[in-house]
Design a protein around this ligand. Sequence first.
Ligand SMILES: [Zn+2]
Length: 240
Amino acid sequence: MKKVLFFISGFLFALILGALAGAYWYSRSWEHSLFIKPLNYFPTSKKQIALTFDDGPSTSRTPKLLALLRKHNVKATFFLLGKNIEKHPEIAKQIFQEGHLLGNHAYSHKRLVFVSPDFIRAEIEKTDSLIQALGQKEVRYFRPPFTAKFIFLPWVLKQMDKTLVTGTYDPPAEYNLPYIADSISTQVIDHAAPGYIVYLHDGKNADSDAFIQAVDSIIVQLKSENFEFLRLDEIENSEK
Ligand SMILES: [Zn+2]
């Protein structure tokens, strides 16, 4: 009897552990989510890429980035933090006025895992209102802080009719110190392929010249390979 109980409890333990590991893997996946299908890639044969910039606006990287994108006539998608829109409303407004798409990256950048649906909803709604006040009526795209999504977040996003955006390529060199522009641009250029959604971050002020140098090299090189840069909504609506 004892032996049987031992096996049953062992089996249940393994089952729970397996379910937790599966749920964790699912929540980390950029391709899958509970309740909704994340937008991580555009199936297209055209040489189209979406550059996305997270965590802004900042006072150093963002204005320099806007000038660079203007110079190259490139449109991108900016996932803004509500708290940073409040700090730098003029820069946030400029992003919109220059024709870029604004996405919601939550208010505080707190990881939206193991928090209540009400908390998640408040983070999204507050940031939506701030973006709408800049002039963009519809805020369809949401990217979770740290790309972390677990049960409640995708459920709330589905109820709010938002598109959950993850991405296709996040250059590891952007997280390394020292920050080396060449490493970042080389990684992005080497991985670039039709329909890719590339992650970059303009939310910091540090290394702003190196950051601009990296984005400049990416744009110049990929343009020479006949890639076209589109906003998420443009690439989604363009013909496959
Ligand atoms: Zn972020």
